[in-house]
Design a protein around this ligand. Structure first.
Ligand code: ZN
Length: 277
C-alpha cells in the first residue's frame, strides 16, 4: 500500500454527466486525487458488466476504489426479515465491489433502538462474524469496515468499533473523525488525534495503521443527539490541520475519504495541507 490517498465520498461535483462511477474515476484522476468511495448508499444497482468496466478504468488510471454499503442496514433489527435483508445488503455490496476490484466496504452497522448497548454489541458481532465467514468461504479478500458513527442513537462508538474489529476476523475499522468529534464533543486536537491512533495501534496492531479507512468532513452537532449534518471544513470548527499532522507523524497509510458537501474541493485542500504539514 502506498502512503495516504485522498479522495471523495461519491462522484466529484465537477465530474462529467451522468454522475456515475466511470465519470467519477476519470475526474478523480484529472484532479490529481488518489481514490474515491462508490456510494451504494441507496441500494446496489450496478451490473456486473459495469463493475468490470469500473475495475478496468480504475486500474488504468491508478485510482483506488472503496465502497459504502446501503444505509438501510440494522444488524440490531428484532424483526427477522429486516435483519436478513440487512445482512444481504452487505453481501450484495461485497459481491459487486469485488468485481470492481474493491477490498474495503464501509457500512453503518446498527441502531441501539433503546436496547442495552452490550446486547446490541453481541447481536452485531454475531451477524458480522457470520458475514465475514461467508466472505472468507467465497475466497474474497474484502475487509468489512463498521463505521464510527456520529449520532448517539447509532451503534458505533470508538470503543465498540475497535473491540469488534479486534474480536472478529475480517473486520477493520472505518474511522470517521468528524463523527467521533460530533458524538463526543471532544477529539478535536492534535493530542486527542494521536491518542486515537495509539489506541488503534494498541488494540489492532501496526497493520491497522498501515491500512486505514478514514472519513472526514466538517460537521455540526449538539450534545443531545451528536451529529446534525456534514459541513465544509472551513465552515466548521474542525481542526483538520492537527489531524493531518498526527496522521503524517504516525505514518498512517490507506485512504482518507472526504465527505464534505463540496467533496473534491475539501479533498484537494486536505491533500495539499497534508503535503505541507
Ligand atoms: Zn457512512
Amino acid at each position: 500500500m502506498q502512503g495516504l490517498l485522498f479522495g471523495t465520498g461519491g462522484t466529484p461535483l465537477s465530474a462529467a454527466r451522468p454522475r456515475n462511477p466511470l465519470n467519477a474515476i476519470k475526474r478523480i484522476s484529472e484532479l490529481g486525487l488518489g481514490c474515491t468511495e462508490l456510494e451504494f448508499t441507496y441500494g446496489v444497482r450496478m451490473h456486473e458488466a459495469e463493475a468490470e468496466q469500473v475495475a478496468n478504468l480504475a486500474r488504468k488510471l491508478k485510482v483506488k476504489l472503496t465502497a459504502h454499503a446501503p444505509y438501510y442496514i440494522n444488524l440490531n433489527a428484532h424483526d427477522h426479515d429486516i435483519l436478513i435483508s440487512s445482512q444481504d445488503r452487505i453481501l450484495q455490496t461485497a459481491r459487486i465491489s469485488y468485481i470492481c476490484g474493491i477490498q474495503n466496504i464501509a457500512f453503518h452497522a446498527a441502531f441501539y433502538m433503546k436496547d442495552d448497548p452490550s446486547e446490541v454489541y453481541e447481536r452485531v458481532k454475531k451477524s458480522l462474524a457470520g458475514l465475514c465467514a461467508e466472505i472468507k468461504r467465497q475466497n474474497k479478500t474484502i475487509w468489512l469496515r463498521p463505521e464510527l458513527m456520529g449520532k448517539v442513537s447509532q451503534f458505533g462508538s470508538l470503543d465498540e468499533i475497535l473491540k469488534l474489529c479486534g474480536e472478529v476476523e475480517g473486520l477493520a475499522p472505518c474511522i470517521d473523525f468528524a463523527h467521533l468529534h460530533s458524538r463526543t464533543g471532544k477529539y478535536n486536537s492534535y493530542y486527542e488525534f494521536k491518542s486515537v491512533l495509539n489506541q488503534i495501534e494498541k488494540k489492532l496492531g501496526r497493520e491497522a495503521l498501515n491500512n486505514m479507512h478514514i472519513h472526514l468532513s466538517g460537521i455540526n452537532y449538539n450534545s443531545r443527539s451528536g451529529e446534525i449534518m456534514h459541513l465544509n471544513l472551513r465552515e466548521s470548527d474542525y481542526q483538520y490541520e492537527e489531524l493531518l499532522r498526527a496522521l503524517k507523524e504516525q505514518d498512517v497509510k490507506g485512504m482518507l475519504i472526504c465527505e464534505s458537501p463540496n467533496l473534491e474541493e475539501d479533498a484537494l485542500h486536505l491533500q495539499e495541507t497534508y503535503n505541507k504539514v
